[in-house]
Write a protein that binds this ligand. Sequence first.
Ligand SMILES: [Ca+2]
Ligand SMILES: [Ca+2]
Length: 191
Amino acid sequence: MARDGRDQGVRLRDLDGDGTAELLVANETTQAVWRFEDGQWRRWLPMPGRVRFVDSEGRDAGLRLRDLDGDGRDDLVFSDATRFGVYLWRDGDAETASGWSVTALEGERPTAGQADVPMIVRAGTNNGAWFHSRHLWIQNEDTARLPDHVDRRSFEALLGKVAHMPPPRTAATIAARDARRSSMPGAIGCQ
Ligand SMILES: [Ca+2]
Ligand SMILES: [Ca+2]
């Protein structure tokens, strides 16, 4: 995951909810997902939009994994000083997985007032970005003049043209939804 103390842009995450983590690599040279099958790692999916966890120096490049549309699967939010993209996961099985096949928002700066994703990183460091209450929040010296001194985008805004399209319901997404409900405090069967 790190070499000589430098982050290589490798992450482990269970993307399809089968209980086994996949291996995500997103750096200057490689953007892809590997899946552990039959005792070995096999290349499974590409990652869209030239997204990166780290830049060539191993610094934060502005990629975040968040479930924006509530289907229980992590979507990609990427944003740096020059470009941005929001890509939604769509389920499948090991053979037909489509990965982050839906582009909700994508562009380059300047955006001339069009929908964008605020800069998550600037020059390799976090630009004061965090997620909370279904919003992306940005707070730094540039946002001091804004109301409440923060910039923000709702998940609906980040979902762009697909904001009002519910994700397709598959057996996997229904199971994920039921699992989320049963783990919520106060759910039936929970103490
Ligand atoms: Ca998995
Ligand atoms: Ca999702």
